[in-house]
Write a new protein. Structure first.
Ligand SMILES: *Cc1c(COP(=O)(O)O)cnc(C)c1O
Length: 364
């Protein structure tokens, strides 16, 4: 019996990209095997966390690293780390007003909702959000004017979710941080660049284990001492409620090793897989399909499908989701008559199922 049958779950074809609500990525066999092996062993957990962190730091040639439960846990614990700075009293009293430097300065256009809002994680870590700049822009001077003696850190969110135009760069934010003797925390949860923000001057950089890295549910924080050590310390404080299991610690380490060796699927390979799919989509009189590059210029290609006819794009999107397998697309341009298919996690067989469903929906 499959998991789908046992629990009466809908099977999902994920043509939307790396979506947390759908379980993010498929995990490689070598990662699954490492997870299973870990399940069979005991470890001194503090040693496991330290040694895997050191291993990853060496692999990526950065000062320090630590595996955490998720990127969100990484944000909350980074905030707690820069406020408490290793203080033992802070571990047990993370919100005590004995700690006055709590302000976290972040560009306003970075306060996005990725499933929860960035500000929720800042608050969980004990930070007080101070937004810099405006809804459409943030310069170095916008950032700088919000710094006070109560500022604990600058937080920068590197993501396609954020406002992109008229936004200072990571290295500009790092210059401001350095000038004021403040740490810079970069949330790069879904990014593929594992070391460039660190080299641009970030003290802590946060990744989601299950997004670009395609690991199990987990997070990674890399950066400089003593900041990473202060994060590790959080496991004796608020980090306890964000504990990660041994299987996922070792699974992420394996996934990182794979990612460094092989990278993610190349744009060329995605395009080759898309070609026959797009040709089939173009057989429908109501659909006009083309291969387009990712809007943020990443090496990712998708099928862009314009819908003209009796059914609207929004209706097609809804109907694709309505049965099992439920087919999820990138639907944010649905109102403009466009559906996008992101096939990074879609197999050839699943593409055939998508075409079959479209035949039913479009009545052919
Ligand atoms: C996905 C995401 C997160 C959260 O990652 P989790 O590992 O799911 O907690 C945080 N920030 C950004 C910008 C994200 O895209």
């Amino acid at each position: 019996m499959t998991i789908y049958e046992k629990y009466g779950l809908k099977e999902v074809i994920n043509a939307s990209g790396k979506m947390t609500i759908l379980g993010v990525s498929k995990v490689a066999k070598s990662v699954q095997e490492t997870q299973a092996m870990a399940g069979d062993c005991f470890f001194e957990m503090s040693e496991l966390v330290e040694r895997t962190g050191a291993y990853i730091a060496e692999l990526l040639a950065v000062e320090e690293a630590v595996i955490v439960a998720s990127a969100s846990a990484g944000i909350a614990q980074s905030i707690a780390a820069v406020i408490g700075q290793g203080d033992r009293y802070h571990l047990y009293h993370p919100y005590d007003n004995r700690f006055e430097r709590r302000e976290i300065v972040m560009p306003k256009g970075h306060n996005v909702d990725y499933g929860t809002a960035v500000e929720v994680m800042i608050a969980q870590g004990g930070g007080q959000l101070v937004e810099a700049g405006y809804a459409n822009m943030c310069s170095t001077s916008h950032l700088e004017m919000m710094i006070t003696p109560q500022t604990a850190a600058i937080l920068y969110i590197k993501s396609h979710h954020t406002v992109q135009k008229s936004m200072l760069t990571v290295s500009e934010a790092a210059q401001v941080a350095k000038k004021h003797g403040l740490p810079l925390i970069v949330d790069a949860a879904a990014e593929e660049e594992l070391t460039s923000y660190y080299h641009q001057g970030a003290d802590l950089v946060i990744y989601s284990g299950a997004k670009a890295i395609e690991g199990p549910s987990s997070g990674l924080v890399l950066g400089r001492k003593p900041f990473v050590e202060w994060i590790r310390l959080q496991s004796k404080g608020m980090g306890r409620s964000m504990k990660i299991g041994k299987d996922n610690i070792l699974g992420l380490t394996q996934a990182l090793e794979n990612f460094v060796k092989e990278g993610s699927e190349s744009g060329q390979s995605i395009k080759e897989r898309l070609l026959p799919f797009v040709a089939e989509l173009n057989q429908f009189p109501e659909l006009t399909a083309a291969i387009i590059q990712d809007g943020a210029g990443r090496d990712i290609y998708r099928a862009e499908v314009r819908v003209q006819g009796k059914v609207t794009a929004a209706e097609v999107i809804d109907q694709l989701k309505s049965q099992s397998p439920a087919i999820y697309t990138r639907d944010y341009r649905g109102n403009n008559g466009i559906i996008e298919f992101d096939v990074r996690a879609v197999t050839k067989q699943e593409m055939a199922k998508i075409i079959q469903r479209l035949q039913v929906i479009l009545g052919e």
